[in-house]
Design a binder for this molecule. Structure first.
Ligand code: SF4
Length: 231
């Protein structure tokens, strides 16, 4: 099997979230009794566990196959995701699709979601500009991700970008240093981190963007190879 395999000492909680009774500071209060992807998605549509529901148009829940071997996790929906209600459909999503296709991974065979399910933004003129979710919002939203992982039971979770990587692998994790490594985890047999496709779009010039895109495709190729070795 190709790739570097390490055992991580940090083991984030990966069990199915439990209901809490009073405070509405966690999405666990909104998790339905019957755990299916449709029931989770319907329940998440009414989540008010943090203030982000007031900013976003709608909850953008994960999307993909129930029995996916790969689960991708990004940070949060962007402007187009917020408007359409689907994850990874904006410019970063299109780059993601192209990179997946180059690496030989069929997105329809995977599951794609975010650490935070509402779009956090601030106005700049007429535009809505992405604003990074804070630790309280990430923690409040985490039960949805834990429930998705518990239902799908992926073989590999791929964290896209620093927010998703640190949410899954701990605050000390650095994508810049450990991208493309396959780490054992309590959440899935392996977690791999790489950059978020939106960071490639933000590259300062075309040449940097081209190089970063190639590196991203290389990470996904490594993933495709590991998946084919597992089957
Ligand atoms: S961001 Fe997550 S926790 Fe906050 S309201 Fe939306 S779905 Fe609920």
């Amino acid at each position: 099997m190709d790739g570097i395999f390490l055992v991580i000492t940090h083991s984030p909680k990966g069990t199915m979230p439990t209901r809490k009774s009073s405070s509405k500071s966690s999405a666990s209060d909104f998790i339905p009794e019957q755990l299916t992807l449709p029931s989770l998605k319907a329940a998440a549509a009414n989540c008010k566990a943090c203030d982000l529901w007031k900013k976003g148009t709608q909850t953008v829940f994960g999307d993909g196959r129930r029995r996916s071997l790969i689960l991708f996790v990004g940070e949060q929906p962007g402007n187009e995701e917020d408007l359409t209600g689907k994850p990874f459909v904006g410019p970063a999503g299109k780059l993601f699709d192209a990179a997946l296709a180059e690496a030989g991974i069929d997105r329809k065979q995977t599951y794609v979601t975010n650490v935070v399910k509402h779009f956090k933004w601030e106005p700049r003129g007429k535009r809505r500009i992405h604003k990074k979710p804070n630790a309280t919002e990430i923690k409040a939203c985490r039960p949805w991700l834990d429930a998705e992982i518990a239902l799908i039971k992926p073989r590999v979770i791929v964290a896209l970008g620093a927010t998703a990587s640190q949410a899954l692998l701990g605050a000390k994790f650095r994508v810049t240093k450990q991208r493309g490594e396959f780490l054992e985890s309590s959440l899935a047999p392996y977690i791999m981190a790489t950059v978020h496709p939106s960071s490639i779009l933000r590259a300062p010039d075309d040449e940097t963007r081209r190089l970063e895109y190639r590196q991203f495709v290389d990470d996904l190729r490594k993933l495709a190879q590991v998946m084919s070795d597992m089957l």
